[in-house]
Write a protein that binds this ligand. Sequence first.
Ligand code: IPM
Ligand code: MG
Length: 370
Amino acid sequence: MSNKKILVLPGDGIGNEVMAEVLKIIDWLSKTRSMSFEISERLVGGTAYDKEGDSISDETMQEALDADAVLFGAVGGPQWDNVEREKRPEAALLRLRKELDLFANLRPAVVFDALAEASPLKLNLVKGLDILILRELTSGVYFGQPRGVSKINDDEEKAIDTQSYTTSEITRITRVAFDLAKLRDNKVTSVEKSNVMETGMFWKNTVSNIHQKEFQDVELFHMLADNCAMQLVRNPKQFDVILTDNLFGDLLSDIAAMLTGSLGMLPSASLGPIAENGSRAAMYEPVHGSAPDIAGQGKANPLAMIMSFAMMLKYSFNMQEDSVLVENAVQAVLSKGLRTADISDGADKIVSTQDMGKAVIEELNNLSGS
Ligand code: IPM
Ligand code: MG
């Protein structure tokens, strides 16, 4: 029996409500499984800024480095809009990504049968959809230097962000893409803007090189990012794994999320490199944000957060069976017609965040016969 250290960072807005439901599931698993979890909880985001003077303290950062995995809720809110950039809620997220070296961001977009009707797209386009967006998360325009605003003359200023990628930054995410594709439909679509950007052409050539040398057994397609955005709503089932950079991945994963009916359904895993002892830093978070407009009202959908935890079981703890059990419990709840407001199409009974969490636990009991 081993102890797995999880650092829990609920953050701001609905982060707290959805995290509370996951904690109940972790508790359920600790009672029924031979794995025990050591949970510690800390502030992050605007809440941390208000109480600790920074959106992530050095102590919290150190705990994240020491943990086996980090479970992250959401950060941000209008009350922190004017906070300086380095202390903004989002800066905590970027610091975690960078210092844990979480370069591989997995954002699966899966349409559950019971929810296919909730998608804004036609049923036949999304029924059975199962795609994976793999987003590079620690480089590109999010981190490139130089950046900033400078003065040109008394009337003019200039703002710069830098899009930059090195060979090794692209090759390591490319290998993850091909490895993941092998476990799925064996197809990778690499997405960039090689028609206008130096980094785009460089990305495309680097991916092709790795494909040529190491992964000829996997199908590779290249697609321009604007076309990919269009194809995602025209015919999303043509994709298996979409491999792309930090900024395009941010945009395309929001589109992909909506195909599943709601941002409230999309989990994610952010993984670091595998160390010599086999360990790897990892953080799991729902793709939805802190949704300050509905925070504290029991309206938030906890399923993306719950499925992010299912990804933790799978990718960090090698607990495949338990991961599938949690996913099946979520599917079962949806099949019974339970809906939070975001995924209700009017006809269904709308339940609160807490009732949705409770229903998942009930299904866990049913499915495991306990
Ligand atoms: C995401 C979010 C973040 C990003 C924000 C909150 C900094 O939109 O994880 O997709 O842009 O990466
Ligand atoms: Mg985003």
